[in-house]
Design a protein around this ligand. Structure first.
Ligand SMILES: [Zn+2]
Length: 296
């Protein structure tokens, strides 16, 4: 008997997945903000190795959760769309929609739905990349250097001239310190949050290339995406090709790749809304679109 894609359930899973990934980035950002707040602005330069260890640990833990969540999401959506379960990390023979929903609910920390216990057909292939701990560690080190270490070093070079003979409680000096601390936090938590979610985004994006059952993906955005992400979402499905372009996330972006396994997929309302805006816009440069998008 032909399988009918469980469209409404898939859309609920997509919404829950996007929010859960966004929450993982927020969880990382909160932990990192706490670590930063514990260090006086003047002490930053002397605390870089402790801060780097904290940054790396916070990203690593949230990234592992992001990866696990993405595998559970991919497997669930695939099963809802095709009636077939796929192998890889956490795969257990005898899976049902019920067990896949339970895995997904556990990964999101929220009960979104449930399903029957009937055993699904199985594809034991593992399309998922191994959890890229090492590659990720290199990206984290590089990001920390750019977003924190280099900026703190530049700041220290500037400090003597800036400080001059001013007292440590000089209001202008305090404002200068505070502004820097804020900008350091914004930059490093945006870049770190991107690394957290990339662990999951890369898992989905790689899996769909290696899964003959997947035909493409679309972009699920957060509640208020930037003009670029809205445009990517407006394009709808991106069908798989030999060289499917990179997903193209950016700091402070909570968009996720949603794999597609059937031509009978349905896009979230937001994607249809962006597509309508794009048609109304009628074409033009990216800068024109930006203006159109932000003023509509
Ligand atoms: Zn985005």
């Amino acid at each position: 008997m032909a399988w009918t894609p469980r469209t409404a359930e898939i859309l609920r899973a997509v919404a829950a997945y996007q929010l859960a990934q966004e929450a993982l980035a927020a969880e990382f950002a909160a932990r990192w903000a706490e670590a930063l707040a514990a260090v006086e602005a003047r002490e930053l330069a002397g605390s870089l190795s402790e801060l780097e260890a904290e940054y790396a640990a916070a990203i690593r833990e949230s990234a592992a959760a992001s990866y696990g969540l993405s595998v559970a999401f991919y497997r669930l959506v695939r099963a809802l769309e095709t009636g077939r379960v796929i192998g890889g990390p956490g795969y257990r023979p005898g899976a049902s929609l019920g067990s896949l929903w339970a895995d997904f609910n556990r990964a999101t920390g929220k009960r979104t739905s449930s399903g029957p216990r009937e055993r699904l057909d199985e594809d034991t292939r593992n399309p998922f990349p191994a959890d890229a701990v090492e590659r990720q560690a290199r990206r984290v080190a590089e990001t920390f250097r750019q977003q924190v270490a280099d900026r703190v070093a530049a700041r220290e070079r500037e400090r003597p001239a800036r400080q001059g003979s001013a007292a440590l409680d000089d209001p202008a000096l305090i404002a200068w310190e505070r502004e820097f601390a804020e900008s350091l936090k914004t930059g490093s938590s945006g870049a770190g949050g991107m690394l957290v979610q990339d662990a999951g985004r890369d898992a989905v994006h790689t899996a769909l290339q290696d899964d003959p059952g997947a035909i493409g993906y679309y972009r699920a955005t957060d509640a208020s995406p930037c003009y670029f992400c809205a445009l990517m979402a407006a394009r709808g499905a991106v069908y798989k090709s030999k060289r499917t372009a990179a997903f193209g996330a950016h700091p402070h972006c909570h968009c996720q790749a949603v794999p597609i396994f059937s031509r009978r997929y349905q896009l979230p309302d937001a994607n249809a809304r962006f597509a309508r805006m794009w048609r109304e816009f009628g074409g033009g440069s990216l800068a024109d679109w930006r203006t159109h998008y932000t003023t509509t």
